[in-house]
Design a binder for this molecule. Structure first.
Ligand code: SAM
Length: 285
């Protein structure tokens, strides 16, 4: 006999919950809820979630992915900006996943971009709100050293950008900044039909493993990221030109680039994160 209580949310449960709460998904908060338990289990499996570990999830929404993480035996810290959703989540989890699952859930009602303290999550797993996916990902990597790996679902173009290597057409600031923290890869496509409402973009899963050590200090990271922003803010210009504003003029920029062993007439899209770091170190010396 099959278990009469579904452990995860399907289309009927999502619609019923949304109607009960009067939730009208908003674009502003990137609210596209996953209706498909298979997609949820695939994300949890791809992330390699293990029983007993602490996972942080940003944007639990109605709880589709949260229930999947709890089903795998994890403790979950779920950060949700929408008050109605944050308030309902423990009730949904207790009702659908049971009291044991509810006891392993902490809901934090907050803007994820402002959260700097959580009980040491080791994994980051989220179906991220599309408008803030890159800032949220970078924020958690910056503030939580304890995060060793993760999987995020993001808009396909954004995911390809995050995982891009130097020389690729889509290589840019998110690629270099992500590479500071770890190794990122596109880990699969996701059909837009698994969401409600159906978004007008495709999605991908992006997996990452954090480096054992970051390439430099926090101060060096900030200096490196300033150079990255300048280089990709004017990506068609040579580095000598695009970095002139942050390095005290074109001549000084040319000098710093040459001293760092980088061709001043190259463009940012050719440089690795280590190249940017070397330039930052020369500039700071
Ligand atoms: N995890 C759910 C799922 O897979 O069905 C919902 C994912 S939905 C794409 C994004 C969620 O992030 C929404 O619940 C939205 O309210 C929430 N959200 C949007 N901006 C946020 C922010 N800055 N901090 C925390 N949560 C946010």
């Amino acid at each position: 006999m099959s278990d009469p209580r579904p452990a995860l949310l399907g289309p009927a449960e999502i619609r019923e919950l949304a109607a009960r709460l009067g939730v009208n998904p908003t674009k502003k908060l990137g609210q596209n809820f996953v209706l498909d338990p298979n997609t949820v289990r695939r994300i949890v499996r791809t992330a390699g979630v293990e029983a007993g570990e602490t996972v942080v999830e940003v944007g639990p929404g109605l709880g589709s992915l949260t229930l999947g993480l709890l089903e795998a035996g994890a403790r979950v810290a779920a950060v949700e900006i929408d008050g109605r959703l944050a308030e309902q989540l423990p009730l949904t989890v207790a009702e659908v996943g049971g009291l044991d699952a509810a006891a392993r859930l902490d809901v934090v009602h907050a803007d994820a971009l402002r959260v700097t303290e959580l009980p040491d999550p080791v994994r980051f797993v989220a179906n991220l709100p599309y408008n803030v996916s890159v800032p949220v990902l970078l924020h958690f990597l910056e503030h939580f050293d304890s995060i060793r790996s993760g999987v995020v679902m993001v808009q396909a173009e954004v995911g390809e950008r995050i995982a891009a290597r130097p020389g690729s057409k889509v290589y840019g600031s998110p690629s270099v900044k992500s590479a500071w923290y770890g190794a990122f890869r596109v880990a699969g496509q996701v059909s837009r039909q698994v969401f409600w409402p159906v978004p007008n973009v495709d999605s991908v899963l992006v997996g990452f493993t954090r480096h054992d050590e970051e390439p430099g200090t926090a101060e060096e990271r900030r200096a490196t990221f300033r150079l990255v922003d300048a280089a990709f803010g004017q990506r068609r210009k040579t580095l000598r030109q695009s970095l002139s504003g942050v390095l005290g003029g074109a001549d000084a920029a040319g000098g710093a680039l040459a001293a760092a062993g980088v061709d001043p007439s190259a463009r940012g899209e050719r440089l690795t994160v280590e190249d940017f770091l070397r330039i930052a170190r020369v500039a700071a010396a």
